[in-house]
Design a protein around this ligand. Sequence first.
Ligand SMILES: CC(C)(COP(=O)(O)OP(=O)(O)OC[C@H]1O[C@@H](n2cnc3c(N)ncnc32)[C@H](O)[C@@H]1OP(=O)(O)O)[C@@H](O)C(=O)NCCC(=O)NCCS
Length: 336
Amino acid sequence: MALQIAPFDRARHLDTAAMLLADRQRRDRERDARLPGAFEVPAACRPLVEQALDGHGAHAVICSDGGRVIGFAVMSAQVIPQTHFLASFFPPRQASMGLSAHAVEAGAEYDVYRELYAALADRFVSLGFFDHSVNIPASDAAAREAFVSLGFGLSMAAAIRDVAPTGRGGASVDVHQAAAEDAEAIFALSEELTLHHARSPIFNPYIRESDAESHNLQRGLLGDTANAHWVAYDGARAIGMNTFMPPGFLSPLTVPDKTVYLFQGIVMPDAREGGVGTAILSRSMAWAREQGFEHCALHFATANIPGARFWLSSGFVPVEHGMRRRIDDRIAWANK
Ligand SMILES: CC(C)(COP(=O)(O)OP(=O)(O)OC[C@H]1O[C@@H](n2cnc3c(N)ncnc32)[C@H](O)[C@@H]1OP(=O)(O)O)[C@@H](O)C(=O)NCCC(=O)NCCS
């Protein structure tokens, strides 16, 4: 292989990039037939690649072998203010490659991803971006191996299950749909969820400056009954919840039709491991069926031991992995 990296030229490379992404989706669907088939067609992938190219501060490269383009990647700048409701979950200044922002011809993943990333990382490190992330299809072992070899580790999973009843029985607790007047109970459960993510071994810093925006988002969701908030009670005390919203945080490459997004799942620490989480999920899946949904998607941090174990044993199967790498920022002044 005589690999060559060059800048992505929209006029010359967009069609090839769309074709490479459609091919990748076809391979991913051979391993997981739940993924949308519409994106096996290059014309459907084209707008996704264009969206990546239009991303904030985006920089894109192609890799060719003997003049034939066999891979592309787009990295963009993700800057999250301290007040953003996701401030606790993402680094404030990150260079990221989304799920539709890269594809490589089958069999060439290892060498080509390494070259593509080297070119993009050079630019973003020189701009002071030391946190890097890439999202890959969960079943794409070749892409995962390439990024592991570059120093990336797993950080997030997006996972999907159908809305069939849960396979195990839950505790007998009262589960009710919350409304606007229950906002304080929802905020308290939400706070416990963020604190859980601040503990070992996840260690996401709880950025309190984001509370106001989180509460605003939550109030907005609660105001629309389409975003059901199912809350379990022990007497008058709210002890757990599942909250829902439309699947905006997911890539179209992974979301089947009629998917609802489970935004927050939490049971208070003293009420865990007794079937409360299962009882809430049971109720919320019954609601999802009543609403005509066929799938339920969610994200979890891969370092979240009880969360990952519970979702995986409740029938959720990962479709997408987020991987991260943190570069030693002394590189900004060393070697000079
Ligand atoms: C994930 C979470 C919501 C699960 O809630 P939970 O009330 O503990 O859930 P359940 O009790 O129904 O099930 C938990 C485990 O206890 C087991 N269990 C259920 N009923 C049981 C019982 N009566 N006796 C013993 N074990 C029981 C389940 O089989 C399950 O085992 P598994 O996780 O190994 O599959 C809870 O652990 C939690 O809030 N974690 C912190 C927040 C979090 O991670 N949220 C998800 C963010 S993505």
